[in-house]
Design a protein. Structure first.
Length: 531
């Protein structure tokens, strides 16, 4: 390795080489792929996740313009046509009777009830780290005890480009072209499915029109390959927005229970933490139920100096298929932990920043980002009437970050005016890209924290497009001020941490401005009213 003093590019702002192509329209996304003789497919999938085809009648669809074939694959009935719109319209003419499977009666209410019951039972609890002291006993006998429960909701990835992939299966070889976050998994899975050697499967990755973890899964790639093999032509499979939103691998819901005993000085003497949620790693990689899942425990251990702690996770399958979502379990754990830390500061009658600072001795990177965020945001200085600030702190993917959100209340819910971010991610390669990632992470996280929620009734996802699943618009976006710490520590990740931290920062600001402690996401007027 070069001595850092000789670096010419690392640490400097450089222009992205893909920007011109994305601006002028020459960049190739999956939706742009074309092959000679290519046809299009639209796939009818069970309205209940986990369901299957019982029977179908394709006579009417086969007689519609442009239709080439109608084929059944394990995930449903595919209509293949000369254009996407022809395949989509003919799909609507299919007559399908579904076997709705084991999830036919699944509901959000039942999912929440089951997840919370698992949390309260404590059965199968897996330690995040070895207990320190006897926290449960200290809390049971504590003179001043604070307890709280938090809930983070099910959300969808729903990237701007719905799932799609192009496949051409011919002469014992496969060509796969499209947007994927895991090309080697696609290669191996298709090779196994077709019973051919992996070296006979070529995967060409295009730009992703958003991934956020959804394109780690390869269900839509397998579907494209199956359809291509059935019709013996190159096929582009395109999911509609409705397909995409109702057949996601969703971020799982979580219920969290925290408790702490405070001493005479207001500092915590002991703290317990328990989270119940689904194991994504168990679903995707077959991790045994008794094995700890590190992707459930991210940010579960708070950085604060607390003499006695007990932190554990409970795996509970709520019934909906789940997948990795930007920042994964940092989202639920940071929301609970940083909201709870604010509750402790309030119970102690102390300023939230000063309270955190008093518990971070010996942790210079945390202290630095927190102090800089307080200074840069004007913490403690007067704001316009009806506004307040909230703070949150976290380490994620070796990046240390503090955020301060400036919030007012509009129509019974938070309105975010400004977010101040201080990030120490070690040595940066391109600070310009770092800033872009933080900005996009905050907008992505705010959409989920303020509005996003997937609900289920009779096994069916109730939201199917953005009129029901709201995302942040340009005129709703806050000012985002970013401070990047000049550091020589090892490089950390920056594509995800800011997504998880914005939720608790807004929740804490909401308490400061309204006196309402919102412990349930999203922060809709209905949930705020119940606080």
């Amino acid at each position: 390795m070069k001595d850092p003093s000789q670096f010419r590019i690392v640490g400097t702002r450089t222009t992205r080489l893909d920007t011109p192509a994305k601006v002028n329209g020459t960049a190739i996304f999956g939706i742009d792929v074309k092959l000679p003789g290519m046809v299009y497919a639209s796939l009818a999938m069970s309205p209940v996740l986990g369901g299957s085809v019982k029977s179908f009648d394709a006579a009417k669809a086969k007689g519609m313009p442009g239709v080439i074939d109608v084929v059944q694959i394990p995930d449903g009935i595919a209509v293949v046509a000369s254009s996407y719109w022809q395949s989509r319209k003919a799909r609507e003419a299919l007559s399908i009777i579904w076997d709705e499977g084991p999830n036919a009666n699944l509901s959000t209410a039942a999912m929440i009830e089951g997840t919370r019951a698992a949390m309260l039972s404590g059965k199968g609890a897996l330690p995040v780290r070895p207990p320190v002291g006897d926290a449960d006993n200290a809390i049971e006998r504590g003179a001043k005890v604070v307890r709280a429960e938090y809930f983070s909701q099910t959300v969808t990835h729903s990237p701007m480009e719905p799932m799609n992939f192009t496949a051409h299966i011919e002469n014992g070889k496969a060509l796969l072209i499209g947007p994927t976050q895991w090309p080697d998994a696609a290669q191996g899975a298709v090779a196994k499915m077709l019973d051919i050697k992996p070296e006979n499967v070529a995967v060409q990755s295009t730009f992703l029109g958003g991934g956020f973890g959804r394109r780690i899964d390869i269900d839509f790639i397998l579907q494209a390959a199956q359809i291509s093999k059935a019709v013996n032509k190159p096929v582009k499979l395109i999911w509609s927005r409705e397909d995409d939103m109702t057949h996601d691998f969703y971020r799982p819901m979580a219920t969290l229970q925290l408790a702490a005993s405070l001493g005479a000085d207001g500092k915590p003497l002991a703290q317990t933490y328990r989270c119940a949620s689904q194991s994504i790693t168990g679903r995707l990689f077959g991790l045994p139920p008794e094995a700890p899942d590190a992707f459930m425990a991210e940010a579960a251990a708070m950085p604060y100096n607390i003499p006695a702690t007990r932190l554990d996770i409970i795996k509970h399958d709520a019934g909906l298929r789940v997948g990795y979502w930007r920042a994964v379990s940092h989202n639920m754990n940071a929301f609970a932990n940083e909201s709870f830390m604010d509750e402790l500061a309030s119970a102690a009658g102390q300023d939230p920043v000063a309270y955190r600072m008093s518990l971070l001795q010996g942790q210079p990177r945390f202290l630095n980002v927190l102090q800089q965020a307080a200074d840069k945001s004007g913490w403690g200085k007067p704001l316009a009437a009806g506004r307040a600030r909230g703070v949150a702190l976290m380490e994620g993917y070796d990046t240390y970050m503090a955020q301060v959100a400036e919030v007012s209340v509009k129509d019974g819910a938070p309105w975010v005016h400004k977010v101040t971010v201080v990030a120490d991610l070690g040595r940066m390669v391109n600070p310009d890209t770092v800033e872009a990632q933080i900005q996009s992470s905050i907008i992505f996280g705010l959409s989920a924290a303020l509005w996003g929620e997937i609900t289920v009734d009779k096994g069916r996802v109730q939201q199917n497009n953005f009129h029901q699943y709201r995302v942040m618009r340009n005129n709703e976006a806050p000012e985002i001020e970013i401070v990047l710490v000049n550091s020589t520590e090892k490089s950390g990740g920056i594509g995800e941490p800011a997504t998880a931290l914005i939720g608790p920062a807004v929740a804490n600001a909401m308490f400061a401005v309204s006196g309402k402690r919102v412990r349930r996401m999203p922060f809709t007027p209905e949930n705020v009213a119940k606080a």
